[in-house]
Design a protein around this ligand. Structure first.
Ligand code: ADP
Ligand code: MG
Ligand code: MG
Length: 919
C-alpha cells in the first residue's frame, strides 16, 4: 500500500529536507529540523500525492488515508502526552498548507483546531487561563469560518467580516488593542463569530474535532486552486501539477501570557544581506499576528534584553541552521511559557542586493564555493543593481523644502516614483494604461499580489520587515516602504492623511526603499552605483561596495562560462558601455540606424527615390563617407574585438516621409515635383512589409547598395588597421533563405574587400556570414554553410516566421495564448525551444556538418534572456549577443548554464568534452 502520511516528533522524522516534492517545503524542513534535534512540536505531513489524487478524483482522498492519519495522530498524542478531542487533556493542532516551493501566505493555515465548547471548558480547567483559551477559540472559529466555511470579504474595499465584529467589540469597550479584550469579550466573540457564520454562509460550525480536522485538510487541498495561489503560481512558474502537502502539527501557544510570544526571523538581513540576526516578535501573540501587520512587532534585538536565555538559544539555532543548510534561512518560532519551539524554516527570500552580498560573503566564510554562489543569483536579479537610485542632492532639497511625508521601514531597496492608488485592482488597471503607480495599503495581503506586481513601489501603514508586503516586495524586487504608521489611509475616500496633509488618489509620491523615506511629488533619480563606476566613471570602485560584489560575481561567471558574450550596438558610445559591462564583441551592428543620423537621411531618401542606377549611385556616393566614419568610430571603440555588421535590412518605405507636408519639403530639396515623390512613396507600399522587399532582397535588386556598404566597412577597417588597431569585420547578410541569395551578395562583398585591400595596400581578416531568420534558411543550412562562415540566429524574425505570427499584430491574442498556456511564455521574450529551437538545432547540425568550424551566435532579443541563453549554451553556440545593459545578465546566465551541465556531466561526459573545446 502506498504511504501517504509521514510522522515527525521526539527527535525522529520519517521525512528529510530532500523530500520537498513529496512533503512540501514546510513538511520536509519540519522533518529535517526534527532530525537535527531542534525543538519542533510533533506532527505529521500528508503528502502532495494526496493533493494530486484529490484533484484527479472529484475532490476526494484515498481510502487508506483515514487509517494512516489516525495512526499518526496516535503517535502525536503519545509524543505530546495529550489527546485530540479529550476535554480533560486536549491536544490541539494546526493544519498547515505547504507546497514544494514556498508560496508565503498564498494558501491557508488553521490554528487551534480541536476546540469546541466542551474542550474549551476542559482546557480552562487545565490551564487556569480562560483568556488564553477563549482567545485561541475565537481565532480558531475565525480562521475556520474564513478558510473552510467561506466567510470572507466579497468587495475590494470591504473589511474582513470578523474584523468588523472585533472592531465593534473594541469600540463598545473603548479599547484599541486586541490584547485589551478580556476573557469574557473573547468568549462573546466566539458566539458572535459562530452566529455570523451561520447567518451569512448557512453552515453551522462543526463541534466534532475529527470533523474539523477533515474539513481543514480538504480546505488546504482546495486552497491550492484559489485565485491568489493560481496567480502566484503563474508569476513564479510553479506547475499546477505539484500540489500542496498538508501538515498537521500539535499546537504550542504564544498567546499564553507575557512569557509567551511568537516571531519570525532571518539568519541574515534579507534586504541588505548584512550578516546579522534579523527578526521581529510579539509577546502574547499567535501565528500570523507578526506577519499580518495588525500589531507592529518588536525587533529581535529587543528580545536579547527581554529574555536573554531564549535569545541565546535562538541565536545558536540561527548558526546551526546556516551551517546545516549553507544558506540564509527564514524561520518561524513560538515561545510558550518561556520555552522555545521552531515551527518553520526555509531558505529566505532576499533582494538582489542581499542575494549578491550573501553569496559573496558565504564564499569568503567558506560556507559555499563560487559555483554555488553563481547558482544562487538569478541573472535577472542583476537588473536591480543597475536600476537608478535617487539623486541625493535632489532628495535632500525635497526634504528641506518640507516634502518628506513620513518615514517607514526600508523593506525593499531602490527608488520609485509614481501615482498613489489604494487597491490592487486599481494598480493593475492604471498600470495597464501605462501609469506608474505606488500601491498604498494599510497592509497587503496575498490577494494583492497582482497589483503589487504592477506597481513601481509599495507603501504600507502597518506591518514590519517580515510583513507580507515586505516579503513579497523583496521577492519581486519591488521598492517597498512598510509600517509607515503615521499614514492614515482611508479606503472609502481614496485618500491618505499624513502630517495634516491629504494625499489623494493619483497624486505623485516617491519612495526611497533604501532609507524608508516617503516624499511628496517626484524626485529625480541618478544611475546606480555599478553604473557610476562602469559607465559614468564618477565613482571609485573602492568606495562602491555594491560594485565590488558585482565585480566578484562577474569574475566568477567569466571563469565558468563557455559562451562568449557580444552586444547589439550601432553607436560608438553604446559599444563602449557594452565593453564596460563585459562585452567581447559586437554581434549585431544595424546599419540602418546610421541612416537616420545627422545629414544622412537626405541622401538616403534620394537614393530610395532615384529612378535610375546612375542617380542611385550618386546618392550612395554621398552616403559612403558618412557610413565609413560611423564604422571607424565603432572599430575604434571595439579596439580589436570582432564586429558583426549587417547590411541594410528594413523595407525602404521606412526611410521616406508619408505625410504630404514632409513629402513636399523633400520634393523641393530634391528639385523634383511633389507628385513624383508621392508616387514613388506610394509605389513602396506593401501589404505585408515583414515578408516583403527587405533584407538581402534589397541588395540583390540594388547591388550598388551592398557595394557601397561593403566599401564603407572595408575602407573603415583599412583606415583603422593602418592606425595600429586590429579589426575583424564580419559582414552579415540578412534574411537569407536560399544559398544563391547569399552567394550573390558574397561575391560583391569579397570583390569590394579585395579592391580596398589593393587600393589601401593593407591586409585584414574578415568573414562573410548570414543571419538565420527564416525557416528555409535553417532547413537548408548545409547548403548555406558552404558559403557562410558564420550564422547568427535572428530569433525575432525567426520566431515570427516559424510561428507565422507577426509580432506587431500579436497583442490581441498572444497574451491570452500565454494565459491559456498554449505557449508557456511570450515566445518573443523567451525562446520557443520546441519550435524555433528545433530549427536552430537543425541549422547548427547541418551547418557544422559541412563546415565544422562554423561560428554560431544569436542576435535576437532572446540573446539577453536567461533561459534562452541557457538554450544557446546547450546547443553549442559560440556566443550570444544582447543589448549593452543585458550583458552582465547574459554573462551570469551563460555561467549558470555551463555549471548546470557540469552537474549533469557524470551522466554524459562525452558531451562536456566536446563543448569545452569549442571556444
Ligand atoms: P504560512 O505558510 O502562511 O506561513 P504557516 O503554516 O506557517 O502558514 O502558519 C502561520 C503561522 O501560524 C506560523 O508562522 C506559526 O506562527 C503559526 N503556527 C502554525 N502552526 C503552529 C503550531 N503548531 N503551533 C503554534 N503556532 C503555529
Ligand atoms: Mg509560515
Ligand atoms: Mg531580422
Amino acid at each position: 500500500m502506498k504511504k501517504y502520511v509521514y510522522f515527525f516528533g521526539n527527535g525522529k522524522a520519517e521525512g528529510r529536507a530532500e523530500m520537498k516534492g513529496l512533503l512540501g517545503g514546510k513538511g520536509a524542513n519540519l522533518a529535517e529540523m526534527t532530525n537535527i534535534s531542534l525543538p519542533v512540536p510533533a506532527g505529521f505531513t500528508i503528502s502532495t500525492e494526496v493533493c494530486t489524487y484529490y484533484y484527479a478524483n472529484k475532490r476526494t482522498t484515498p481510502k487508506s488515508l483515514a487509517g494512516e492519519v489516525k495512526a499518526a495522530l496516535k503517535k502525536v498524542e503519545k509524543a505530546m502526552g495529550s489527546r485530540f478531542g479529550d476535554p480533560k487533556n486536549p491536544l490541539l493542532v494546526s493544519v498547515r498548507s505547504g507546497a514544494r516551493a514556498s508560496m508565503p501566505g498564498m494558501m491557508d493555515t488553521i490554528l487551534n483546531l480541536g476546540l469546541n465548547d466542551v474542550v474549551a471548558g476542559g482546557l480552562i480547567q487545565k490551564t487556569n487561563n480562560p483568556r488564553f483559551v477563549f482567545d485561541s477559540y475565537r481565532r480558531f472559529v475565525q480562521m475556520y469560518g474564513d478558510v473552510v466555511l467561506g466567510l470572507k470579504p466579497v468587495h475590494k474595499d470591504e473589511i474582513d467580516p470578523f474584523e468588523v465584529i472585533i472592531e465593534e467589540k473594541k469600540r463598545s469597550k473603548g479599547v484599541h488593542l486586541d490584547t485589551d479584550l478580556d476573557a469574557n469579550d473573547m468568549k462573546e466573540l466566539v458566539g458572535l463569530f459562530k452566529a455570523a457564520i451561520k447567518e451569512k454562509t448557512g453552515h453551522s460550525f462543526p463541534e466534532d474535532p475529527m470533523k474539523q480536522l477533515w474539513g481543514a485538510v480538504s480546505a488546504v487541498f482546495g486552497s491550492w486552486n484559489n485565485d491568489r495561489a493560481i496567480a502566484y503560481r503563474k508569476m513564479y512558474d510553479i506547475p499546477e501539477s505539484w500540489g500542496t502537502a498538508v501538515n498537521v502539527q500539535s499546537m504550542v501557544f504564544g498567546n499564553m501570557g507575557e512569557d509567551s510570544g511568537t516571531g519570525v526571523a532571518f539568519t541574515r538581513d534579507a534586504a541588505t544581506g548584512e550578516n546579522l540576526f534579523y527578526g521581529e516578535y510579539l509577546m502574547n501573540a499567535q501565528g500570523e499576528d507578526v506577519v499580518a501587520g495588525t500589531r507592529t512587532p518588536l525587533p529581535i534585538t529587543q528580545l536579547k534584553e527581554q529574555n536573554p536565555k531564549i535569545y541565546g538559544q535562538l541565536d545558536r539555532i540561527r548558526k546551526t541552521l546556516e551551517k546545516h543548510y549553507h544558506d540564509m534561512m527564514d524561520i518561524e518560532f513560538t515561545i510558550q511559557q518561556g520555552k522555545l519551539y521552531m515551527l518553520q524554516c526555509r531558505v529566505g527570500k532576499r533582494t538582489a542586493f542581499a542575494a549578491i552580498k550573501i553569496a559573496v560573503d558565504m564564499v569568503s566564510e567558506r560556507l559555499i564555493d563560487d559555483r554555488e554562489a553563481l547558482r544562487r543569483i538569478e541573472p535577472d536579479q542583476l537588473n536591480q543593481l543597475l536600476r537608478p537610485v535617487f539623486d541625493l542632492k535632489e532628495k535632500e532639497s525635497a526634504v528641506k523644502s518640507g516634502r518628506l511625508l513620513a518615514k517607514g521601514l526600508n523593506a525593499g531597496p531602490g527608488a520609485a516614483t509614481g501615482r498613489v492608488v489604494f487597491n490592487a485592482p486599481d494598480a493593475e488597471e492604471w498600470a495597464k494604461r501605462g501609469e506608474k503607480v505606488i500601491l498604498t495599503r494599510i497592509e497587503t495581503s496575498p490577494e494583492d499580489i497582482k497589483g503589487m506586481d504592477a506597481a513601481e513601489g509599495i507603501l504600507t501603514a502597518r506591518g514590519g520587515m517580515t510583513s507580507h508586503a515586505a516579503l513579497v516586495a523583496r521577492q519581486m524586487g519591488k521598492v517597498c516602504v512598510a509600517g509607515c504608521s503615521s499614514l492614515e489611509i482611508d479606503y472609502t475616500t481614496h485618500t491618505m492623511t499624513v502630517k495634516g496633509r491629504v494625499v489623494k488618489e493619483g497624486d505623485w509620491i516617491s519612495l526611497d526603499g533604501t532609507t524608508g523615506e516617503v516624499i511628496e511629488g517626484k524626485v529625480a533619480t541618478k544611475p546606480s552605483e555599478v553604473l557610476q563606476v562602469l559607465i559614468d566613471k564618477t565613482l571609485d570602485p573602492k568606495s562602491a561596495p555594491v560594485y565590488e560584489e558585482y565585480a566578484r560575481i562577474m569574475s566568477w561567471a567569466d571563469k565558468y562560462r563557455r559562451l562568449k558574450i557580444r552586444t547589439n550596438a550601432d553607436q560608438p558610445d553604446q559599444a563602449a558601455n557594452a565593453i564596460a559591462f563585459g562585452a567581447e564583441g559586437i554581434g549585431l551592428c544595424r546599419t540602418e540606424h546610421m541612416f537616420f543620423g545627422e545629414g544622412k537621411i537626405g541622401p538616403m531618401r534620394e537614393m530610395i527615390l532615384a529612378d535610375t542606377e546612375d542617380e542611385r549611385r550618386r546618392a550612395l556616393a554621398r552616403l559612403l563617407p558618412l557610413q565609413r566614419e560611423d564604422f571607424e568610430g565603432i572599430f575604434e571603440a571595439m579596439n580589436g574585438r570582432p564586429v558583426t555588421i549587417r547590411t541594410i535590412d528594413p523595407p525602404l518605405h521606412e526611410f521616406v516621409p508619408h505625410e504630404e507636408p514632409a513629402q513636399r519639403q523633400l520634393a523641393a530639396q530634391m528639385g523634383v515635383s511633389y507628385e513624383k515623390v508621392r508616387q514613388r512613396v506610394d509605389s513602396l507600399h506593401e501589404f505585408n512589409p515583414m515578408l516583403g522587399f527587405r533584407g538581402c532582397r534589397l541588395g540583390i535588386i540594388f547591388p550598388e547598395i551592398t557595394e557601397m556598404q561593403s566599401r564603407a566597412i572595408f575602407e573603415a577597417a583599412a583606415n583603422i588597421q593602418l592606425k595600429g588597431i586590429k579589426v575583424e569585420p564580419e559582414v552579415m547578410i540578412p534574411l537569407v533563405g536560399n544559398v544563391k541569395e547569399l552567394s550573390h551578395q558574397e561575391k560583391i562583398v569579397r570583390t569590394v574587400a579585395a579592391e580596398v585591400m589593393a587600393e589601401k595596400k593593407v591586409k585584414f581578416k574578415y568573414l562573410v556570414g548570414t543571419m538565420i531568420e527564416i525557416p528555409r534558411g535553417a532547413i537548408t543550412a548545409d547548403e548555406i554553410a558552404t558559403v557562410a562562415e558564420f550564422f547568427s540566429f535572428g530569433t525575432n524574425d525567426l520566431t515570427q516566421t516559424t510561428l507565422g505570427v507577426s509580432r506587431d499584430d500579436a497583442g490581441r491574442f498572444l497574451i491570452p495564448y500565454v494565459e491559456k498556456e498554449i505557449y508557456p511564455k511570450d515566445p518573443f521574450e523567451v525562446l520557443d525551444r520546441v519550435g524555433v529551437g528545433s530549427l536552430m538545432k537543425i541549422a547548427i547540425e547541418k551547418g557544422r556538418g559541412v563546415r565544422p568550424d562554423l561560428k554560431v551566435g544569436i542576435c535576437g532579443e532572446h540573446g539577453g534572456e536567461p533561459s534562452s541563453v541557457e538554450f544557446c549554451h546547450q546547443i553549442n553556440q559560440n556566443y550570444v549577443s544582447c543589448s549593452p545593459f543585458r550583458v552582465p545578465i547574459a554573462r551570469l546566465a551563460a555561467a549558470r548554464a555551463a555549471l548546470a551541465d557540469q552537474a549533469g556531466a557524470s551522466k554524459k561526459p562525452a558531451k562536456k568534452g566536446r563543448a569545452a573545446k569549442r571556444r
